[in-house]
Design a protein around this ligand. Structure first.
Ligand SMILES: [Zn+2]
Length: 407
């Protein structure tokens, strides 16, 4: 168990080695295929090889560390190595190094497993460098590739990928391979929300991931002079947008307590202090575990657009994201529930409001996730924090789960 001080020091040492790569930046910066990213995946490969795991790297730079078992079945765990710009220490990395820790300790205590144990460090999940998310797990699980993207400096995905990946693939004893899909996948991750901290639970057992939809709403009014246009003769796009946003927010609240509604982006044209706004674009992001609730709210949006008071102001909505909710494996969930109880950990079942590699993995393999608390519900920020006791609790539960599945 990681209660063992020596084991905990090894985990901390590995963790610090990766964290130190971002010493000269605000927060953590391991954007996919960047020098820090290459250094982190390289260090991980070495950590794995030092304890006798077989290292594989595929053409997207996903790293796989296998502890070969006695048969062909594969029990996998892992998360993503990349971060957002100026990100926190735990998002992604905790699941990668926590997974390695679990495999390391199981190997030491129980030797060769019945089924192969695999730690996966996905290349990219956050979409922070290129406008593509989950490109690592999508390449592995769905054989999807990224097409024609460049980063903010004009570097193409292809160029960045081939340079970084060839470095990893040329490391000593690394096998160039995209291995078979595992028979199960468990992802350890910080919650990135306040629910566990609020309920004083140590563990979140994730039953699925919310579905999400995003829309761009365009309000087309008429620009005009702010001083000479009478108030009763205006087609002010921003005033219409404000009324609309307030009405939609109220309707979302009425429809379901767990429906999230966010207007995160708003652009006003011409955006000049003495001109009546002629055009407004804003985004709407809605998420819920039940797709029928999202369907219902989409209807509400479409109805509400036709009820704008000013007949000369036109409002249109365009949906650009429609991700169905994911339901995770119920057998793995109830197994983890029992194991948490045996370990004396307080756990609650919850739906994740954020996307994860597990969303992709659940489309090809029975999948589950284990959450640990994020202090203050903060994530994607330098002050992201999970306390050592919670980090240990998550790793211990993951270890118990992998043991139950693979031995
Ligand atoms: Zn993450």
């Amino acid at each position: 168990m990681i209660r063992d001080t020596n084991k905990w020091l090894i985990f901390q040492h590995r963790f610090q080695q990766i964290i130190q790569l971002s010493d000269d930046t605000i927060g953590q910066n391991r954007l996919v295929y960047s020098p820090n990213w290459v250094a982190a995946q390289t260090a991980l490969i070495q950590f794995g090889q030092q304890i006798g795991l077989t290292a594989m790297v595929d053409n997207y730079g996903n790293v796989y560390l296998d502890l070969p078992g006695k048969d062909d079945r594969v029990i996998a765990t892992g998360s993503h190595i990349d971060t957002v710009i100026n990100g926190g220490k735990y998002d992604g990395l905790y699941g990668v190094l926590g997974g390695l820790q679990a495999v390391d300790e199981l190997k030491e205590r129980f030797g060769t497993p019945q089924h192969t144990l695999r730690l996966i460090s996905f290349s990219e999940e956050e979409g922070s460098r290129f406008k593509a998310t989950f490109s690592g797990s999508k390449y592995y699980a769905l054989h999807q590739s990224v097409k024609d993207l460049t980063d903010s400096e004009g570097v193409s995905f292809e160029h960045a990928r081939s340079t970084a990946v060839s470095h990893l693939q040329s490391l000593n004893d690394v096998i160039v391979k995209r291995p078979v899909i595992p028979d199960s996948f468990t992802e350890l991750h910080i919650e990135q929300g306040p629910r566990l901290v609020t309920s004083h639970d140590q563990i979140g057992l994730v039953s699925g991931i919310v579905g999400q939809r995003r829309y761009t709403i365009t309000v087309q009014g008429q620009s005009n002079h702010a001083g000479t246009t009478p108030m009763n003769n205006r087609h002010d796009a921003l005033q219409t947008a404000v009324i609309l946003i307030a009405a939609l927010e109220r309707r979302a609240h009425e429809l379901s307590d767990s429906l999230t509604f966010t207007v995160g982006q708003l652009t006003v044209t011409p955006n000049v202090s003495n001109v009546i706004p002629g055009t407004v674009h804003f985004t709407v992001d809605i998420r819920h575990a039940d797709d029928s609730v999202l369907n219902h709210f989409e209807q509400i949006i479409n109805e509400r657009l036709t009820q704008v008071a000013d007949p000369l102001t036109k409002v249109t909505a365009k949906r650009y994201v429609k991700d169905l909710p994911a339901t995770f494996d119920s057998t793995l969930l109830s197994q983890n529930q029992q194991l948490a109880e045996q370990l004396g950990l307080s756990a609650r079942v919850m739906v994740s409001g954020a996307g994860h590699d597990s969303y992709v993995m659940s489309q090809v393999s029975p999948t589950t996730m284990i959450f640990v608390p994020s202090e203050g519900g903060i994530s994607h920020a330098p002050n992201e924090l999970t306390h050592p006791a919670d980090l240990k609790a998550g790793i211990n539960l993951l270890m118990a789960s992998l043991h139950a599945q693979a031995y």
